[in-house]
Ligand binder design. Structure first.
Ligand code: SF4
Length: 61
């Protein structure tokens, strides 16, 4: 699975990187997915981070 942050939507609040620092990180004022393919044991973290996003900028598929 992959997590993709829509940079047009991201408002740079940093929540996803706080909730799931092993999956998301802030670069300048936007979040990016740190890893290309999310390992099985990080999928829950990735989803939690996406759920916290106030502007629904993260897609996991
Ligand atoms: S939670 Fe959403 S808006 Fe906030 S930094 Fe992450 S992707 Fe951007």
């Amino acid at each position: 699975m992959k997590a993709v942050v829509d940079l047009e939507k991201c408002i740079g609040c940093g929540l996803c990187a706080q909730v799931a620092p092993e999956v998301y990180e802030m670069q300048e004022d936007k979040a990016v997915a740190k890893i290309d393919e999310i390992a099985e044991d990080k999928i829950e973290d990735a989803k939690n981070g996406a759920d916290q996003c106030p502007v629904i900028a993260i897609t996991i598929s």
